[in-house]
Design a binder for this molecule. Structure first.
Ligand SMILES: *Cc1c(COP(=O)(O)O)cnc(C)c1O
Length: 389
């Protein structure tokens, strides 16, 4: 093949994207103050960050991160099984399992990496994976890579899950995995983990819960929406959201931890997280249980925002969290609203199909305890003014 046509598929795919007005590109920002960012020209109140408690800028988190970098170096210099497990990695896993009340914890380099590699390690081509229809892409990647039979159950429908489990019990699968999120990333709604855990127990299926948006924010002491619920086999938490850092952890049994250390490629064949990151996670973990005042403030922000959006005449779907969709419907109008909000000084990103179902294009906002009440009420005023704009 001539080299001039080698990249034709790239040109075609990109121009298709542009034609559909779905071309993605990166905008560099710099953080400013507590919950703002700047693109170099102007400051915007950031309603599109997952730093729910402001831990990314907490002085204790930054201090511990610096301290670990100075003491242990910039990198861990090897994978965990070779020589990359320092005492700080070990301590962190011990503290995670103690704090969250599980037998064991295993740290991964990101939530995406964890989900995509853990599921493909546990399921094989004779297994069945039943995943909520709105599951995160990383869970989908893990499921596909496993080559297991993959079926989706209707979003948040315990009845549909039961129908799938019933059907599967008459089939010949080596094992069955049920996968869901506790708090869904695009709609901010929650699943009934307790009911799902009972069901998976009845059918002797495994239950894997992705608690990415809930750890730090919800549940007693911010320990997530799986805290205290019996019958869950594995919980995935990320440190890139409320923890304000990077990395992820799996809460599981000691047996499972040993299994993954021995068989999970995404754990085995990658460099251990750097000391600075371990320091940040450790400091956030120490802080989170005591951050009830921040969580209370965040809950107040959620209430003001939910009411304000509804009064401005928009639907927020089933959101019950810091993630609130402002459902507009049409794609063009959603993009216009996002532009308008930016002109008014707010970063609130438009989310469109295929990320969300057709006809449900939306502005997705995420709230932090670090926003001020004024920032939130000004956002609501801008939203009201849009109706006359
Ligand atoms: C963000 C997210 C992840 C990925 O976590 P990272 O640590 O950012 O890679 C996984 N699952 C869900 C549901 C998420 O929202």
């Amino acid at each position: 093949m001539a080299s001039s046509t080698k990249d034709q598929f790239i040109d075609e795919a990109l121009s298709k994207r542009r034609k559909e007005h779905r071309f993605r590109n990166l905008t560099p920002f710099e953080p400013v103050g507590k919950a703002k960012i700047t693109d170099g020209n102007r400051e915007l109140v950031n309603f599109s960050s997952n730093d729910y408690l402001g831990l990314s800028k907490h002085h204790k988190v930054i201090a511990r991160s610096k301290k670990y970098a100075e003491k242990y170096g910039a990198g861990a210099t090897a994978s965990r099984l070779i020589s990359g497990t320092y005492s700080i990695h070990d301590e962190l896993e011990q503290n995670l399992s103690d704090t969250f009340g599980w037998e064991s914890a295993l740290v991964f380099n990101s939530g995406f990496q964890a989900n995509s590699t853990i599921i493909s390690t546990l399921a094989d081509r004779h297994s069945l994976i039943l995943a909520d229809n709105l599951s995160h892409n990383s869970l989908l990647q893990g499921s596909l890579a496993s080559r297991a039979t993959f079926r989706r159950f209707a979003h948040n429908s315990v009845d549909d899950l039961e129908a799938h489990l019933q059907k599967a019990s008459g089939e010949d699968f080596s094992r069955i995995f049920v996968i869901t999120e506790s708090l869904f990333s695009m709609d901010g709604d929650r699943s009934d983990i307790e009911a799902i855990a009972k069901l998976t127990d009845t059918y002797n299926a495994w239950l894997f819960v992705d608690d990415a948006h809930a750890v730090g924010v919800w549940g007693e002491k911010g320990l997530g929406l799986t805290a205290g619920i019996e019958g869950i086999d594995m919980v995935l938490g990320t440190c890139g959201k409320a923890f304000g850092g990077f990395g992820a952890f799996l809460l599981c049994s000691s047996k499972m931890k040993n299994y993954l250390i021995n068989f999970c490629p995404g754990f085995i064949y990658t460099t251990a997280l750097p000391p600075a990151v371990i320091g940040a996670i450790q400091a956030s973990l120490d802080l989170i249980p005591g951050m009830e005042p921040e969580r209370e403030r965040l809950r107040e922000h959620i209430k003001i925002m939910q009411e304000g959006i509804s009064e401005a005449g928009f639907e927020i779907g089933d959101s019950e969290s810091q993630i609130i969709p402002i459902i507009v419907g049409e794609e063009v109008e959603t993009l216009q609203l996002a532009d308008y909000l930016e002109q008014q000084g707010f970063l609130a990103t438009a989310i469109r199909p295929p990320t969300v179902p057709k006809g449900s294009a939306r502005i997705r906002i995420t709230l932090s305890s670090q926003h001020t009440k004024t920032e939130i009420t000004e956002f609501i005023t801008a939203l009201n003014d849009w109706n006359e704009y």
